[in-house]
Design a protein around this ligand. Structure first.
Ligand SMILES: [Mg+2]
Length: 172
């Protein structure tokens, strides 16, 4: 199984990824996708849970940036209250904006993690750079054929990840 497409961790939702967990795996910075990871496409602003989550991260000394394939209008509006370093039109899995943010925030590959809902963009861009990757299921997926097809292609990787998890539990 190509490890470029395998997340290191999976959570049911972004807010389950706690500062304690991130500390426990040695993560100091998270690079977070917006659409369907933090909010559905239709929500222009972050809800209280998103705001609180970033507050908790900040209080725990964990850095964060928003990394989106969506456009400037979407990303600026969403980031208005969060005031994080934020990148739009990232063209994930292109690594360009990620290299930029890593330099800007002076973070190490070893203690930086990507968080997103898509294997072929979020996980892949992280893995191309040697970062760790956390996958969450999409909040509210688009129902277009293209999206359904992408999800279909993701399935074997998610199944493989889950089998590995079961194996690890047995070995513990
Ligand atoms: Mg997304």
């Amino acid at each position: 199984m190509a490890s470029l497409f395998l997340p290191d961790y999976m959570f049911d939702k972004f807010s389950d990824i706690t500062p304690e967990f991130l500390h426990s795996i040695g993560v100091k910075t998270v690079l977070v996708d917006i659409d369907n990871t933090l909010a559905p496409y239709e929500a222009p602003d972050p809800n209280m849970r998103v705001i609180k989550w970033f507050e908790d991260l900040r209080n725990a000394g964990i850095g964060a940036a928003l990394m989106s394939n969506n456009d400037a209008t979407r990303v600026r509006r969403f980031n208005q209250s969060l005031r994080l370093p934020a990148y739009f039109d990232c063209k994930k899995p292109s690594t360009k904006s990620y290299v930029d943010v890593l330099n800007r925030l002076k973070c190490d590959i070893a203690d930086t993690c990507v968080i997103g809902d898509q294997i072929f963009t979020d996980v892949l861009v992280g893995k191309r750079l040697g970062l760790r990757a956390i996958l969450v299921p999409p909040i509210n997926d688009k129902k277009t054929f293209f999206f359904r097809f992408k999800r279909f292609l993701e399935k074997p990787f998610i199944a493989y990840f889950k089998r590995q998890q079961v194996r690890k539990q047995f070995l513990q």
